[in-house]
Design a protein around this ligand. Structure first.
Ligand code: G3P
Ligand code: MG
Length: 244
């Protein structure tokens, strides 16, 4: 069974380096993180890349929808300068590059499958195939997650032994049914909508609970006190100091 550390670096150490870049994953390792979260999405020509938004505009010098952009175009984009000029030249990494880097760094990972509308199944299949090809069998086992029920169902189908979590903003009414039908390891919740009773119910039902995105020590302390197992944070160095 997967041993999840309490602190997961959200999109890498995204408070100190541009999110979802190789620099952010190296920064997470330097901060002492054991686990990172990243988002796996597809280009228009179905290449899996590590990228969060629907559009390129916020975190690169490109523009438009990632899902309408071929991979070749991404190879000309700068994904670092928006964060800080010292990261100029940082690229949108391929999923393969990220997995190879994490294996080299000895980091575990939570891959969030982040499909655009209509490619829930394809994004999951392609992302999981890369994990199967690249992730060393003797490395720490990953956690696979998604807000898409379809994507998590594909994970259950093609990688049944890997731990799965279902992400939500507000806990859905039918969370117990979702947990059972997807054979979940856990749930990932938006911490701002969580309360102590919801945490207790999810824990009593036998699931792990992760919470995103927690960037203050006070909030982390409260959530751990309620029974949350792990938090996603942009500031792993800060959190690990208090919650090693
Ligand atoms: O997986 C937890 C968290 O990453 C979910 O939200 O928008 O940061 O991908 P988001
Ligand atoms: Mg994510």
């Amino acid at each position: 069974m997967l041993e999840l550390p309490r602190i997961i670096a959200h999109r890498g150490a995204s408070g100190s380096a541009p999110e979802n870049t190789i620099a952010a994953f190296r920064a997470a390792a330097a901060a002492g993180a054991k686990f990172v979260e990243f988002d796996s999405s597809l280009t228009s020509d179905a290449r899996p890349v590590v990228f969060h938004d629907d559009v390129l505009d916020r975190t690169t010098d490109g523009t438009g929808l990632l899902a309408e952009t071929p991979f070749e175009t991404l190879t000309h984009l700068d994904a670092g300068s928006w964060f800080n000029a010292t990261f100029a030249g940082e690229m949108v990494p391929t999923l393969d590059e990220v997995l190879e880097t994490l294996a080299d760094l000895g980091l575990g990972f939570n891959m969030e499958i982040k499909p655009d509308r209509g490619r829930e199944e394809e994004t999951a299949r392609i992302s999981l195939a890369a994990v199967a090809d690249i992730w060393p069998k003797d490395a720490v086992a990953p956690l696979i997650s998604s807000f898409s029920r379809t994507s998590v169902a594909v994970a259950k189908d093609v990688a049944p032994d890997q731990a799965r979590s279902f992400l939500f903003d507000r806990r859905p009414e039918d969370w117990r049914e979702i947990g059972e039908s997807l054979g979940l390891f856990g749930f990932g919740a938006n911490h701002t909508h969580l309360d102590e009773r919801q945490v207790a119910e999810i824990k009593q039902a036998g699931y792990r609970l992760t919470a995103y995105t927690v960037n203050t020590l006070e909030r982390a302390s409260l959530l751990f006190g309620w029974g949350v197992d792990a938090i996603f944070t942009d500031h792993p160095a800060l959190m690990i100091k208090s919650f090693p």
